[in-house]
Structure formats: structure tokens, C-alpha cells
Design a protein around this ligand. Structure first.
Ligand code: E1W
Length: 467
């Protein structure tokens, strides 16, 4: 039987990569994107400027044949650089060598590259075309172009890759409830910029240009943890950094409600981020000009309407950004879905059900871990019990690598299912708590006995794929 044509809504990161992969596998793919072509008019929308690409996302890009191309436009991040209050810094490497690193990529560069690749593979992309009045009975939708002209478009298989605010999801939910639950974090974010050093007064540049155009170490993800809130910074290829302030929306100060303008915010930065403030010369412009972003987790009971429609990426499972896995998870989605569709191109109802069965537990797991990582990041310097546990974890991983792997590594550097990483992490964590029994003293732990207990308690980790 001939393959059904596929109608994809959304030409963002996940939509463009999915379109490329489906077209590569011989599907007829049409994409409708409400924004104009970003390759001609520049990027709109207030989404974050750079993103952390890790092994799962990279693996999807390898499958699509795009990994090398993307990495040429990325900055390697070897570890997290933690900035204390008194300008102290410490680099905690992610892995023992450069095989375990993550990459900072610009959203616009990546999207451009993916759109080019999707079109080259044969996908047809319509920009500036907003779908609405999606009718699942007649399987038709209206599409309005930038000039305001509307036409009716038929669809067989409709896939919503239209992000956290998905219009496809809203239409599906109105037709038959999806069991939607949106949990707001209660914290928001704001983006600020550290420009390249040639745009900064020389007197402020640390190490006198030791990092080239970068004002601080380029090959790291910078974190300024401060308890209830934090700043992070990711490097850009041009020598700048995008800083993100994460802060409660309201409640006891400081919050976005209590820091109404850049004057109040600058006073707060002078107090809590004194080393960072001088590196942001346009602080007032950035703070007053950029919106406060919202942070929520989206849970759905159902991701599909029989064989007629499916949600993927953030449209199905938007998460908070604190594990840097939203894009990586969405990219992993595209590989799973493409493989299932290629195997059974005419059974979309079975494929969509199977996709949900496989991916929903993993999406729920990374949602949980991303929320937990906010607490861990904010407080990571402060909590001695957490530090003792992490230290003991390092020792166990050294002595019994086939039985212990830090959860962060499982999530960031392997393809083990997220649900497995969550469950295994819990079991390992319980064991660390038991070994330390409320003490924070590693020296009190008999390591030989600990390794024996670990091996008796937990099965070996699954073999890791190296493909
Ligand atoms: C990553 C926005 C964002 C993106 C990230 C990460 C973090 C903290 C944040 C998690 C991490 C890459 N993380 N945990 N320890 N170091 N980094 O790995 O993407 Cl806030």
C-alpha cells in the first residue's frame, strides 16, 4: 500500500527534524509553520536563545546525518563552572574526557540548518501559514496565509509539533479531552547578555583576555547558585554568553514581582551576583526590554486521536529547562516515531498508540528529573549531605562502574530510557542514604562493604550502546 501523506504543524526544532527524517524515509511531508521563514526575516518569538545539546539529541542528529554540521556551529561545554558569592569558581567536569561533554547551540542556527535539511530531503514547508478550525470529522483544516487569505486543506495523518502552546493540542482536546494538566513552577526566567570582551571595558575583563573574545571560560555551563534562585550562562560561538536569571514570580522577596524594574534588579545583582553584573553592560536595557518567561510542566493522559492526530515534543510533554533535556527529548521522540512509521506506514492508529506507550513513561520521568534538578542546581553548593552523597557516588562509580552510574550521566550521556534513569537513580540514592545513615562523613563508610552491598542489592547496569 502507498504511504499516507503526513501533515506536520510546526517548523521549529522538532517539527523540522521530524520532517527531514520522514522525508528521508520516503514519506510525503507537508509542514505548516505560522511564522514567516526565519531564514529570510530573522527570528521572532521570545524563546530561549541557546540550548544545550546532549547525547540523545546528538544521536538523533546522527541518524538524520546532521550531527557534524551542527557541531561545527556549537561550543563545547566540558563541565559546570560554579560561581560562589565571593567570586570563587570551581569547574566540575561532566566526564573524564571530551567524549562526555555537552554543546551550546543557537536556536536560530540550529533551526535554519534543520529547515534546509528538511527541504533538501523533499519536505514541503509552508511559512506564514496558520492552521485553525481543525475538523477531525471531515479531516480538514483552514490555513490562513500572511496576506489573510484562507483555504481549506485536507489531512490524513496530522502531527502537532507546535510547541508548549500547541494549537493542535487545543483542537484535539476540544474534540475529545486529552486529560491535560499544566503545573506552573511558580518561577520565571529572564535572559541577559554578556557581550564579547571587545565590547566590555578592558578593566572589567577577568584574566586580561585569557579567554579570547569570551569574558569568562567559554567551555563551560556557568552556574551562580543562590539557594531559592540562580543565574546560568551558556556560551555563543561569537564570544558572547546568554545569561538566564531564574527567580520566583512572587512571594517573599526577591522575586520578579519585587524586582519591577532594572533599578531594583541591579541593586539585587550588586548584592547577590556582584561578579556577574559588571559583565552585563546593557543590564537595564536587557532587564526592562526582555519579557519574563514562564516555566511549566505539561502532562497529558493521551497524545493521539486514534490514527488521525498525534502530538510530539513540547506539544505533548513540555518540561522545565533545568536538565537541559527538552530539545534532546523531543529529538529522541522523532527517531522513535520515524522508525515506527517506517515499519508500518499505513497503520497510523497502531503506530501512534505504540509511540505513546513507549514514550509517555520516559516523558514523565524526564519531567520529574528536570524539576528535581532545579533544587539540586540552586542548592548544590550549600547542602553538605548532598555533597557527601555525591562524593560517595563518585567512589562507588570508580570501584563498581558496572553497578553504579550517576543519574546525571545516565540522562545526559547515554541512551538508557529516562524512566530507567529515574528508577535506577532512586535505588542508588536510597543505598547512599543507607550507607551514610544521616552522617556526612565519607570516612565512616567501609567502601569494600559498600561495594558488596551495592552488587547484592542492584543488578548490573544494562550494556551501553556505542553506535
Ligand atoms: C545541563 C537551562 C539549563 C540547561 C542545562 C542544564 C541546566 C542546569 C540548566 C543541567 C546540569 C545542560 N543542565 N546539571 N549540572 N550541570 N548542568 O546539563 O543544560 Cl539550568
Amino acid at each position: 500500500m502507498a504511504k499516507q501523506p503526513i501533515t506536520l504543524i510546526g517548523g521549529g526544532l522538532v517539527g523540522a527534524l521530524l520532517a527531514q527524517q520522514l522525508a528521508q524515509r520516503g514519506f510525503a511531508v507537508e509542514v505548516f509553520e505560522k511564522f514567516p521563514d526565519p531564514r529570510f526575516i530573522g527570528f521572532s518569538g521570545g524563546r530561549s536563545i541557546n540550548l544545550a545539546l546532549a547525547e540523545r539529541g546528538l544521536q538523533a542528529l546522527r541518524t538524520a546525518g546532521l550531527a557534524d554540521d551542527v557541531l561545527r556551529h556549537a561550543v563545547m561545554m566540558r563541565g559546570r563552572m560554579v560561581h560562589g558569592r565571593e567570586n570563587s569558581t570551581s569547574l566540575q567536569r561532566y566526564g573524564v574526557d571530551d567524549s562526555e561533554v555537552i554543546w551550546s547551540v543557537s536556536r536560530s542556527t540550529l533551526n535554519t540548518l534543520l529547515l534546509d535539511a528538511a527541504e533538501a530531503a523533499g519536505a514541503q514547508i509552508h511559512f506564514g501559514q496558520s492552521p485553525h478550525n481543525i475538523d477531525f470529522d471531515s479531516q480538514r483544516m483552514d490555513v490562513t496565509d500572511a496576506a489573510g487569505a484562507t483555504r481549506s486543506v485536507p489531512f490524513g495523518m496530522l502531527i502537532g509539533a507546535d510547541g508548549a502552546g500547541s494549537g493542535v493540542r487545543a483542537a484535539m482536546n476540544a474534540y475529545a479531552p486529552l486529560g491535560e494538566r499544566i503545573e506552573s513552577l511558580g518561577h520565571g526566567y529572564k535572559e541577559l547578555e554578556i557581550p564579547p570582551t571587545d565590547e566590555l571595558p578592558t578593566s572589567l575583563v577577568r584574566g586580561n583576555g585569557a579567554y579570547g573574545p569570551f569574558a569568562i571560560e567559554p567551555h563551560a555551563l556557568h552556574i551562580w547558585p543562590r539557594g531559592g534562585y540562580m543565574c546560568i550562562a551558556l556560551p555563543n560561538t561569537e564570544g558572547s554568553f546568554t545569561v538566564t536569571l531564574f527567580l520566583p514570580n512572587d512571594g517573599s522577596a526577591p522575586s520578579f514581582a519585587s524586582l519591577q524594574d532594572s533599578n531594583a534588579a541591579a541593586a539585587f545583582f550588586r548584592e547577590d551576583f556582584p561578579g556577574l553584573l559588571p559583565l552585563i553592560p546593557k543590564f537595564a536595557e536587557d532587564y526592562d526590554g526582555h519579557p519574563v518567561g514562564t516555566l511549566s510542566t505539561l502532562y497529558l493522559d493521551r497524545w493521539h486521536l486514534d490514527g488521525r492526530a498525534l502530538l510530539i515534543g513540547d506539544a505533548a510533554h513540555a518540561i522545565v529547562p533545568f536538565h537541559g533535556q527538552g530539545m534532546n527529548c523531543g529529538f529522541e521522540d522523532t527517531v522513535v516515531l520515524t522508525d515506527l512509521l517506517a515499519e508500518a506506514p499505513c497503520d497510523s492508529a497502531d503506530v501512534f498508540a505504540e509511540f505513546q506507550r513507549i514514550r509517555r513513561p520516559d516523558a514523565n520521568a524526564i519531567a520529574t528529573m528536570a524539576l528535581e534538578n532545579y533544587i539540586e542546581m540552586r542548592d548544590s553548593v550549600a547542602d553538605p549531605h548532598y555533597l557527601a552523597k555525591r562524593e560517595l557516588g563518585v567512589l562507588l562509580a570508580e570501584r563498581a562502574p558496572e553497578h553504579y552510574m550517576a543519574r546525571y550521566r545516565m540522562v545526559t550521556f547515554t541512551h538508557l530510557p529516562y524512566a530507567y534513569a529515574l528508577e535506577r537513580g532512586r535505588a542508588q540514592d536510597a543505598l547512599l542514604d543507607e550507607l551514610l545513615h544521616n552522617s556526612n562523613d565519607i570516612a565512616s563508610v567501609n567502601l569494600d562493604a559498600a561495594v558488596t552491598l551495592l552488587k547484592n542489592r542492584l543488578p548490573p547496569l544494562p550494556p551501553l550502546r556505542h553506535d
